[in-house]
Design a protein around this ligand. Structure first.
Ligand code: M6R
Length: 361
């Protein structure tokens, strides 16, 4: 039930902290400060390569997974759209893990991609939110995200749980491959452990009036471009997807560095650019992209912590020194889409033309 919330989507956004907490539960060895994913034992030692296959929001979580795994280990990671991957010859390393990420566990293309890999003799792992779903029967091993049932068609808390799962996977693989930066990994685990409480605090103090002011800008823009670099790139394209799904506004997401290779031609008054800035290593580069947009008359909405923002951002995030900022920015982007859709009077939980799980090709 929705409780005091107006829509399931809203309720599920506020369930993000619990989704992180439940996904962490029992997966960190007590006292050792180590991630233990016993679910992966049957896959054997860490692989020479990982290939994520997924659709939609799950694809975006996979892109984050690539970034996190490649930062903490030497394992090369690829991310593939399941519907494309399943019809291509497999040119991946022997012993690679093919990881299907899917909230529902029933997405036809993701199931097809995993089946394709399994037939060719690759080890398969399912990362899914639904115990007993089809993908758990298809894959060799399953890592459950524990967001609980998600009713809103637009994925919110399940995405948060997927981010948590790929972060855990990165820490698990870091331990098993020998750390390039052991210290970085320990710090990363500390941040992950405190993420539920920090996200809870952040959501508890969310400034909905400020989000509504930004939602009005979105609603009155002809086109919305989301940009981001590094960690912010998957967040940006996820922000664009969410906006399209429930507000039907024309929107797209690009890596910030790609703007000048084409999309910048779209910038003019009436076009809005939304930029999450949580990747501390690349924030300065993203700011230069933002300046390029402003110089051409575009309006920019920035979502940033003090560390990544030389000027006051449109929506401020709490201070951070690591990856946890992605949870804060995601909450703001989800709420921004949600409040824009409400403002427009749309059916938020049942957007037109969409199904919660896509069981046909
Ligand atoms: O159940 P899955 O994670 O496999 O679903 C994949 C996509 O269909 C899904 O993420 C879709 O893009 C959502 N509606 C996004 O909000």
């Amino acid at each position: 039930e929705k409780g005091h919330y107006r829509h399931f989507m809203e309720k599920e956004i506020f369930e993000g902290p619990r989704a992180i907490m439940d996904t962490l539960e029992g997966r960190i060895a007590p006292g050792h400060g180590r991630v233990m994913l016993s679910e992966l034992t049957r896959l054997g030692p860490s692989p020479p390569e990982i290939v994520f296959v997924a659709c939609g929001t799950s694809y975006h979580a996979s892109l984050l997974g690539r970034q996190l795994i490649e930062s903490l280990s030497d394992i090369p990671v690829r991310v593939e759209i399941a519907s494309e991957f399943r019809y291509r010859p497999l040119r991946i390393r022997k012993g690679a893990w093919v990881v299907g990420v899917t909230q529902s566990g029933e997405t036809a293309d993701t199931l097809g991609a995993l089946d394709h890999a399994r037939r060719e003799g690759y080890l398969t792992l399912a990362v899914t939110n639904v115990p007993g779903s089809s993908i758990t029967r298809e894959a060799e091993a399953t890592l459950l995200t524990r967001a609980g049932p998600e009713i809103g068609v637009a994925s919110t808390k399940a995405f948060v749980a997927q981010m948590t799962a790929v972060w855990l996977l990165a820490l698990h693989l870091a331990r098993r491959t020998g750390l390039r930066e052991e210290e970085g990994s320990r710090r990363s685990l500390e941040l992950l452990l405190r993420a539920p409480a920090r996200l809870e605090g952040f959501l508890g103090a969310i400034d909905l009036a400020a989000i509504d002011r930004l939602a009005e800008k979105v609603a009155s823009s002809r086109f919305v471009i989301f940009i981001g670099r590094g960690l912010d790139y998957p967040l940006a394209i996820e922000g664009a997807l969410k906006l399209k799904e429930i507000t039907y506004r024309p929107a797209d997401g690009y890596p910030g560095g790609e703007l000048k290779h084409g999309p910048i031609a779209l910038i003019e008054p009436g076009v809005l650019v939304v930029a999450p800035l949580v990747d501390l290593d690349l924030a300065a580069k993203e700011w230069s992209n933002i300046r390029e947009v402003e110089a051409r008359g575009g309006t920019v909405v920035t979502i940033a912590s003090p560390e990544s923002s030389p000027v006051a951002p449109s929506y401020p995030l709490p201070p951070t020194d690591g990856w946890e900022g992605m949870f804060f920015a995601t909450a703001v982007l989800q709420l921004l889409s949600y409040r824009t859709a409400v403002l427009m009077g749309n059916d938020v939980d049942q957007p037109r033309n969409l199904a919660k799980s896509v069981t046909v090709e």
